[in-house]
Design a protein around this ligand. Sequence first.
Ligand code: 5GP
Ligand code: MN
Length: 347
Amino acid sequence: VEYFTDDKQKLDLYLDWTKKAKNIVITSHQNPDGDAFGSALGLWNYLKQFDIEKVTFISPTDYADFIAWMPGVPAIVVYDNKNKALANELIAEADLIFCTDFSSGSRMKDMKDAVLNSFSKKIIIDHHEQPESFGDLLYWNEHASSTCELIYQMIVKLGHESMIDLDVATCLYTGLLTDTGSFKYPATTPEVHNIAGKLLAKGVVPSSINRSLFDQNDFEKLQFLGYVLSKKMTYLPEYRVCYTSISEKELKKYNSKNGDTEGIVNYGLSIAGSVMSAIFIEKEGLIKISFRSVHDFSVADLARDYFEGGGHKNAAGGRSNLSLEETVQKFLTLLPYLKSQLELQPN
Ligand code: 5GP
Ligand code: MN
């Protein structure tokens, strides 16, 4: 795998592959978020403007309502039982596959083998820590706020700024917005605001994107949030840690939909003095974990070392095959060892 963030020759090679390709597949990570869809669909809407026979975005899993409005969504192929055969064929016959917003094969879930076994060239565009080397070219910067930021820069470096139409801009703005926590996380650099400004100049309406993303809850979802906040969240001031667990039974009882638990983990960080927040969600017999932190406490390390995951210093995820209770217990057992690091962090 070769890195090519600032390499003109590699960028030209990339463009050459793209222009020669007849069948391009774009994919992103399972349980897609705003940056996964923003980067994949941003790229899709951009590549559509080239003379390429087929450009398909295949999502490893279904997607939540909050990103279902994005430009290009109706054309998405979801890698589910219904579409698996078609998707496998597209992947096997692809001459170029883009992987955006992830760099660890396992994040493609059931789609992983099809992509890794394809003879296609593979280009990874990502900003997560410790990328695996499964592609041919890796456009990567772990300091980038979002994969959308990288895609924006890549398009500009290729001299294609004018190909950023309203659809592309809408997608890229979405990833910039969601991965920076609405422009509040430390990755919110002058460059991020610069790019956001450029995208607004393309016609993006921030109030409309914000409302589409964050203010389309159904009432049941808010009631579920109320239940979780009041009954399921625990704060341990001695560790400056907040944790929450949700069972499959509770998800069912509240009729919780795919994506409804997104963002709950952030409430745990809004407590004064809190340094880390964790949420454990039981889904299809597996425990999916999200971690958030502030300052120099690395949840990416924690997720990598103990929960088969990874991510960024302040936002990471992982999983566990133990039961929900056992997983929480395992987490609690780790806290005494993390205490000195947690204590060290400013408020
Ligand atoms: P979330 O908690 O929102 O699912 O994920 C937080 C961050 O960690 C995101 O950037 C996401 O891409 C990354 N992440 C989540 N789960 C995993 C995982 O299992 N492995 C790795 N390497 N990264 C993950
Ligand atoms: Mn991202």
